[in-house]
Design a protein around this ligand. Structure first.
Ligand code: E4P
Length: 216
């Protein structure tokens, strides 16, 4: 399973990349706004310098022609840019055109298996079902991932399932058990994935025993 970081914070991206676990980055308009980036293009160029992997950049257009136009501009920034397109009718039309021209898309805001099937049919490279937002309304986000993975495998669809809106380590582990292709994870959850109290207790004991024997 590939691991992406779900952030527009460059320090977080650098730290996750330094940990050797990072395969890509996802951003969205809210994450970009949260970090206060004023130059979207410059931000994407910096991210692509830090990470050699897929970098999702979301369009803010909602009509097919405008989405295609915006997507083409974004894809010129770097070979690793994947254009995020909303899962609406106009978005699917744009995905069809973009995929026929070799531009990779990440179809975002997916909340149902039917939407995921349509994204695959239109030629999406990635589909992003939002598990956390479904859990928030008691709808069972991980069940959706299992359904999509199963359906895609039934028909050998090439679209990869990117588990988005991850809120906790269980989402990450469940996604891996189901066999999702990619997980995009906030930095705070990446930190949680590393931690285990027995690791900390064990390390403290090793340090203490070493000092007792050798001093220092
Ligand atoms: C990433 O591609 C999505 O935009 C993101 O995971 C959404 O996460 P949220 O539901 O926590 O905003």
């Amino acid at each position: 399973m590939r691991i992406f970081i779900d952030t527009a914070n460059l320090d977080e991206i650098r730290e996750a990349a330094d940990m050797g676990i990072l395969d890509g980055v996802t951003t969205n308009p809210s994450l970009v706004a949260k970090e206060g980036h004023k130059d979207f293009r410059a931000m994407l160029e910096k991210i692509c310098e830090i990470v050699d992997g897929d970098v999702s950049a979301e369009v803010i257009s909602v009509t097919c022609n405008e989405i295609v136009k915006e997507a083409k501009e974004l894809s010129k920034i770097h070979d690793n840019i994947v254009v995020k397109v909303p899962l609406i009718k106009e978005g699917l039309k744009a995905v069809k055109i973009l995929s026929s021209e070799g531009i990779k898309t990440n179809v975002t805001l997916c909340f149902s298996p039917s939407q995921a099937i349509l994204a695959a049919k239109a030629g999406a490279y990635l589909v992003s079902p939002f598990v956390g937002r479904l859990d928030d309304i008691s709808a069972g986000g991980m069940e959706l991932i299992a359904q999509i993975v199963n359906i895609y495998s039934n028909y050998d669809f090439q679209t990869q399932v990117l588990v988005a809106s991850i809120r906790n380590p269980l989402h990450f582990v469940d996604a891996a058990q189901i066999g999702a292709d990619v997980c995009t994870i906030p930095f705070s959850v990446i930190n949680q994935l590393v931690k285990h109290p027995l690791t900390d207790i064990g390390l403290d004991k090793f340090m203490e025993d070493w000092k007792k024997n050798f001093g220092g």
